[in-house]
Every structure is written in C-alpha cells, then in structure tokens.
Design a binder for this molecule. Structure first.
Ligand code: PEP
Ligand code: MG
Length: 292
C-alpha cells in the first residue's frame, strides 16, 4: 500500500474526467516542511502561524516570524503558501497576551478580533508576512471573519503596512493575494459580499461545524451531534463555493473534513478548487481523486 502511494508522487491530481484539484498541505511550523516535501504537496493551504506564538514565551519578533515565513516560502519555490494570520484565543491560548478568562471562549475575544482591536500586534505579523512575500508565492488568510467590515478594516491595516514598507524601500509582492477563512455561519450568509472583497475563500470545517451545529469542538460528549457530514454543514460549504465562483475567486477547504475520502466526490461536484490537508493525507487523497 505504501509503495502504491509513493508511486503517486509527481502525479497530476486529476480525476478520470479531467477535473483538477489543487492538493495542498496544512502546517504549523517550518519543521513540518520535510513531511510536506516527502508527500509532494502542491502548495501550503494553511500555515497556522499561531504556533509561532504558542511556542514562544513572549510575542515573537518581526524578525523571528519573517525567518519562519521566508523559509517556508523559499522551500516551496513558486508554489503558493497561504499564511493564516494569528488565530489565538479559544482553543489556542498564550499567557503573555493577557487575555481575560471568558465564559464562552469559542465565542470570545479571539483571532481577527484581537488583531483588529490591537493593530500593533497585527502589524508586526503583517510586516513579516509581506517581507516574506518577496521570497516566494505568499498569500495572507484572515481567520474567524463574520462581516465585510472586518475584511475592510483588516485590508486597510495591510495597506498601511504596505505604505510603510514602500517608504523604507523594503521589497514585497504588491499583488499578494488576501483571502479569508469561511468558518462562521455569518461568513457563509455574507459570502457573495465577502467574495467581492477578497482573492479566495478557504473553508475551515472544524470551526464551521462547531458554529453551525452549536457543538463545542472540544467537547467529546457531543460526537453524536457534531457531525461534520451534516447536510447543514455540507450546504454551507456548497453555498460558500458557489458565491466564490460567482465572483471568479477560488474556494478551498482547509479543515479536517477536506481529507475525508468519503466526501471527495461531493467536493468535486461542488467544484472545490483546493483541498489543504495534513501532509500524511496528501497521497491517500490524491489516490481518491484519481479514482473519482
Ligand atoms: C478550521 O477551523 O477548520 C481550521 C482549519 O482552523 P483551526 O482548526 O486551526 O481552527
Ligand atoms: Mg478555525
């Protein structure tokens, strides 16, 4: 079986009918890159940047972040690397942020909400990502979006950072793609308007399942009710993809559900453009797509 999977390295990810899907990897740190290379990922669809923050005693500096992002961008050469901006809070906590304990952390002060409230923290990361964009094919992805206004506010901060870098004659990709995660019901409902403002959607099925079905993703007692195969979740995915294609932007899936081979045909039917999964799932998923 392992030999068979290895023989799929270098193969084009294409169905018998000729439909292609970009098969990307999820990573948390540059050390995951060996697995990415060994499993022949066609890009990085989700770089969970918060690991840089979680593994640190204090805010990681711009330089520390820049080095990590550049290393990944360079190793992928011109393949796309989607770096998700800070998604701290809720299930991902770092003490030095000094976040107050909350009754409902999953519904609390987290991710883009922190970045928009404390732009000085956000700008350090944006500078690091923009600088790394000079070394490969880097894109930025905003987590936990619920409204168009959040996207406009985040993009305004990205523009501020770009102007600062230009003023200092620091190189970066002026056309870097900016996309969002679709992981809240509000973002699905507003998908048409959001698609007009961004370069891509990537569906975070872990949180989208949690918020759609009102089931805490960390509560093991809810497995019977927290079914990501629920028609409610699948319809959400389909609505988001439809809005994306309406606006000629790509739509991927970067939550765990993307790796589920029993849904591969469904995702192909929906027209999902990219599946981003853990490195070890890439070759099994390529097999599923080749046989679809
Ligand atoms: C998701 O929510 O599906 C996702 C990909 O992000 P995370 O699991 O890091 O919240
Ligand atoms: Mg998420």
């Amino acid at each position: 079986h392992i030999q068979m999977l290895k023989s799929l390295k270098g193969k084009k990810t294409e169905t018998r009918a000729g439909q292609t899907v970009r098969l990307f990897a999820n990573i948390g740190r540059p050390s995951d890159m060996d697995a990415v290379m060994n499993n022949d990922a066609e890009g990085i669809g989700l770089f969970r940047s918060e690991f840089l923050y979680l593994e640190s005693e204090d805010f990681p500096s711009e330089e520390t972040q820049f080095k990590a992002y550049r290393e990944v961008a360079e190793r992928m050469q011109q393949k796309q690397v989607v770096i998700r901006t800070l998604d701290i809070g809720a299930d991902k906590q770092a003490d030095y942020f000094g976040l107050k304990a909350e009754e409902n952390p999953a519904l609390g002060y987290r991710a883009i909400r922190i970045c928009l409230t404390e732009p000085e923290i956000f700008k350090v990361q944006l500078r690091a990502i923009l600088r790394a964009s000079a070394y490969g094919n880097v894109a930025i992805m905003l987590p936990m979006i619920t409204s168009v206004q959040e996207v406009l506010d985040a993009k305004a901060i990205v523009e501020e950072v770009k102007t600062e870098l230009d003023d200092k004659h620091i190189d970066f990709n002026h056309d870097m793609q900016v996309g969002i995660m679709i992981e809240t019901p509000a973002s699905v409902i507003m998908a048409e308007e959001l698609a007009a403002e961004v370069d891509f959607f990537s569906i975070g099925t872990n949180d989208l399942t949690q918020y759609t079905l009102a089931c805490d993703r960390q509560n093991a007692n809810l497995t019977r009710f927290a079914d990501p195969h629920s028609p409610a979740v699948l319809r959400m995915i389909s609505m988001a993809a439809e809005a994306a294609h309406h606006h000629d932007i790509w739509c991927g899936i970067c939550g765990e559900l993307g790796a589920d081979p029993s849904l591969t045909q469904t995702f192909l039917n929906i027209g999902i453009d990219e599946l981003s999964v853990s490195p070890s799932s890439i070759l099994p998923l390529r097999k599923a797509i080749l046989e679809a």
